[in-house]
Design a protein around this ligand. Structure first.
Ligand code: ATP
Ligand code: MG
Length: 210
């Protein structure tokens, strides 16, 4: 017969599901807009972990990618050193080839059975979700955390996706804008975290004459 008193020890209770943030991007380069948004989403949704997952080959990227995947990862890794709670993700680089987020989610769920995955996307990205590889399956595997972004309207939210909007402090920064400033010798303080500024001083990945 089941014992009703004293209550069963806490250790016999099922562990709560891991709450995992997956913030994917090209991060070419990673900037303060990414880092601040990741930090705020982690806090707002009370996530256990927040991964900044560097896309190996983002096939939908207009205009292509400038820095190599390893250099983009090096920038994200350097940035995360100063941001407790944010972790660089190299899974998509290790897998190689064209990047599909659904494959990353499969890997994360295999390594963390029962985890609840929050896929973080900016307002400019949410309407494109149905065009992603394996979109239908992905829509059943994740909750999408949509963050506001200056100049981008949130929506329309595609049907069939479980979406939560997380309001973050708006920072009008884009990697395209940062690359342009670096190319023309403009000031990037305030746009990039100091470790990334230092890394780019050593490796001028976005200089005009590369
Ligand atoms: P690019 O100009 O090269 O497209 P980006 O700044 O948009 O670069 P990405 O790597 O394309 O950066 O974006 C990764 C994710 O971060 C996307 O979901 C994007 O919407 C989001 N994001 C990027 N910048 C911001 C920002 N300033 N505020 C909120 N979300 C952002
Ligand atoms: Mg972008």
């Amino acid at each position: 017969m089941r014992r009703w008193w004293p209550p069963s020890p806490v250790s016999s209770l099922p562990a709560p599901a891991l709450r995992l943030g997956l913030f994917g991007g090209t991060f070419d380069p990673v900037h303060r807009g990414h880092l601040e948004a990741a930090r705020q989403v982690k806090e707002a949704l009370d996530l256990d972990r927040m991964l900044l997952m560097v896309a190996n080959d983002p096939w939908q990227k207009d205009g292509g990618v400038v820095a190599s995947a390893e250099d983009r990862l090096a920038m994200v890794t350097a940035a995360c050193v100063d941001c407790p709670g944010l972790e660089p993700g190299r899974m998509e680089i290790d897998r190689g080839g064209v990047t599909y987020t659904v494959d990353t989610v499969d890997e994360l769920l295999e390594a963390n059975p029962g985890a609840r995955i929050y896929l973080v996307v900016g307002a400019d990205v949410v309407s494109q979700l149905p065009t992603w590889g394996g979109a239908e399956r992905l829509s059943h595997l994740v909750t999408v955390a949509v963050i506001n972004r200056p100049g981008a309207e949130i929506g329309p939210v595609p049907p069939g996706w479980n979406v939560e909007v997380v309001e973050v402090e708006p920072l009008d920064i884009s990697s395209t804008g940062v690359r342009e400033r670096l190319r023309t010798g403009g000031e990037v303080d305030g746009l990039l975290p100091p470790p990334v500024v230092r890394l780019l001083e050593e490796r001028p990945l976005y200089a005009a004459n590369r």
